[in-house]
Design a binder for this molecule. Sequence first.
Ligand code: NAD
Length: 321
Amino acid sequence: MLIVTEDMCKQVVGRTDAFEAVEAVFAAMARGDAYNFDVIREAIGYADALYGFKSGFDKAGLTLGVKSGGYWPGNLEKGLTNHQSTVFLFNPDTGQLDALVGGNYLTAVRTAAASAVSIAHLSRKNSKVLGMVGAGHQSAFQLRAAVEQRDFEKVVAWNFHPDMLPKLGEVAADCGLPFEAVDREQLGAEADAIITITSAHEALIMKDWIKPGTHIACMGTDTKGKQEVDPELIAAATLFTDEIAQSISIGETQHAIASGLIKQSDITSIGSVINGDHVGRSSDEEITLFDGTGVGLQDLAVASTAARLAKEKGLAQEVQL
Ligand code: NAD
């Protein structure tokens, strides 16, 4: 069995590796070759922690496993990240544990890879301005992956806590892009592609603020009750997601579904676009929206890449159970 630490994951898994792994597993999901099992997430009644696991099997990539972990709000004062996770990969032929992989860095790169895949497949080719809504831990990963997909010339950003924006501005500068903190209406008026990555529980971006032809990747809503955009915007957009069942229950479309503005059949799996079974964007005026809810198979895909690369590079530690 291999042990692949957080540091090893950072060394071996780059943005391109994550993009390719996530794109491939979304395609496998849409073909019916890969499926996620039911997600478990529970308040454990100790340390205010939320603990759970996401699991699945990819028959095409032969990846079987589980990401286990959750949210420990007291961790920051201990100098640790609040979100903690570990991936266990099993041999699909024997059930033996193949690898134990640190999941914290990988969660951020696989989430950024999902919105990047959506921008690559759905945004207008001539997109020039990237709009960022959110400036927390994930936002830097999101920005770096997004700007590799189109020839962006500028980043505009808004955050609920404005003091967090300069740090994101440094990331944009590191990518060689001018950065401007703007209000939300201006963000909608300027951006060709928008990423929302917040823990908001109400609509931050309204339909009337968005230009025709915009692509929006909603990445923050991964729990019942969370929300980032106007349900009217959901109703006006052509909708794509990683997994439809998760989108309507815990993702960004949950509110438009609950209020009857859209039906489940209005949402297309992004894997169908990757596989060429759905055209994706059909005009320069269409608003496309990707609801990235975050599925276990994404974690398993990047963890499997990490284990393979760490082994190839002689970094992974091999132990017998
Ligand atoms: P973080 O705690 O580092 O940052 C939180 C962000 O939300 C900040 O920008 C903060 O200013 C903003 N925010 C906080 N309260 C807000 C409010 N009331 N209204 C609007 N904005 C508010 O978190 P993070 O690690 O960057 O994660 C951001 C979100 O992404 C979280 O909701 C997290 O659960 C979600 N997430 C989703 C996936 C996925 O696969 N879809 C993966 C990882 C994280």
